[in-house]
Write a protein that binds this ligand. Structure first.
Ligand SMILES: C[C@H](N)C(=O)N[C@@H](CCC(=O)O)C(=O)O
Ligand code: MG
Length: 362
């Protein structure tokens, strides 16, 4: 099975509610999709969101990276030569991790189809079901409380609360949500780099003093502020999870060796796909560090690829794979089933998702 063509298209899916973090507000999933076509007529699919404020990638830069750099590097390669394909994919252009992720997952999709097996089984087959949280956007407190109650009503037992825009005001926010949802709902907090190190210690300590029982705090300070992450991790009881600070396996090694965070959030859009994400899983396992698997504003197509990784590897103990739940529609067929918090793997070969709503491929 040889790679004959690689094409890009675009999808646009409205969100149920605007998605708001300390970094940005978004109303729709507007992503690039990729198809890798084999000489046998089989097709593998992938997706890349333009998360410019985190990865630096835009719709145009993703399309350019795929068309002008990745496509010429991979044409004619045997799908069975996964290692060779991945070396070329990551060597043909620096950074551009979202474009690489979309092509990586399309290649894994074809690889699984070639071998007649779902990708999660090829990656280790640790489990068949994964439970995701649901994100509560940062908004006025009453709105966040209402959103949290709605999420619990939809069956979510884990909520990821976005903060980072108001410093100490965030304590009040979390306290109101905890009092509304009760003690049995797991609350994780994501500041998306919105605090500084001293502020983080004061906010997290206040949440601890109030007994708000927070599972973890995600990326309290700027991505490059590893000293700040270390400062916080040493001073609070609540586990700290590195998100924007860890893109590559080398970043993960650095964070772990410096003990700058307790957990690592793996996202395919930061690693450049499954192949590099597996290296983070290996490093984390060596050091006994647990990982979360996350997503950007992505539809079920690429979140399904992340679900395969989560189902494949037991070192991934937490999932923030709520992209499909945030979308108001799911136009696809096949692949993992997303039923609110419950993600169930199927026997479909590859990643398994098809029927893309994409009018034009180039
Ligand atoms: C969508 C997911 N729950 C999430 O919060 N992902 C990111 C932010 C994604 C974005 O801005 O597109 C995160 O910081 O964890
Ligand atoms: Mg995050």
């Amino acid at each position: 099975m040889v790679i004959q063509d690689i094409q890009t298209g675009r999808i646009s899916l409205p969100l149920r509610h605007p998605f708001k973090t300390a970094l940005r507000t978004v109303d729709a999933v507007e992503d690039v999709v990729v198809r890798v076509i084999a000489d046998t007529g089989e097709t593998g699919y992938g997706e890349a969101p333009p998360t410019a404020v985190i990865t630096g990638d835009t719709l145009g830069s993703i399309e350019c990276a795929v068309r002008d750099f990745i496509r010429p590097a991979l044409l004619g390669m045997e799908i069975e030569n996964l290692d060779g394909i991945m070396k070329k994919l990551h060597g043909c252009i620096l950074k551009n991790t979202s474009a690489k992720a979309a092509v990586d997952m399309a290649v894994y999709d074809l690889y699984g189809k070639r071998l007649g097996a779902p990708v999660y089984q090829l990656l280790g087959g640790a489990r068949k079901r994964v439970e995701t949280d649901l994100t509560i956007s940062v908004n006025p407190i009453e709105e966040m409380v209402a959103d949290a109650l709605e999420a619990v009503g939809r069956g979510y037992r884990i909520l990821k609360i976005k903060v980072g825009k108001e410093g100490r005001g965030d304590v009040e926010r979390i306290a109101a949500i905890r009092s509304a949802v009760g003690p049995d709902i797991l609350l994780r907090v994501d500041a998306n780099q919105g605090w500084n190190a001293r502020q983080s210690v004061s906010i997290i300590s206040a949440m601890e003093d109030k007994g708000l029982d927070i599972e973890l705090v995600e990326q309290p300070v700027k991505a490059h502020d590893i000293e700040g992450m270390k400062y916080i991790t040493r001073r609070v009881q609540t586990p700290i999870l590195a998100d924007e600070s860890v893109f590559s396996p080398a970043d993960a090694v650095e964070i772990i060796r410096q003990r700058a965070a307790d957990f690592i959030n793996i996202k395919l859009m930061k690693t450049g796909g499954i192949h590099e994400a597996l290296k983070i899983c290996d490093v984390a396992e060596i050091y006994g560090v647990e990982c979360m698997i996350g997503c950007m504003l992505e539809s079920r197509l690429s979140v399904a690829a992340a679900a395969h990784l989560a189902a494949g590897r037991s070192v991934i103990t937490r999932a923030d794979l709520d992209g499909p739940s945030l979308c108001s529609v799911d136009p696809y067929e096949g692949g993992p089933v997303f039923d609110e918090a419950a993600i169930s793997m199927t026997g479909d070969p590859g990643i398994g998702v098809g029927n893309l709503p994409c009018a034009e491929w180039r």
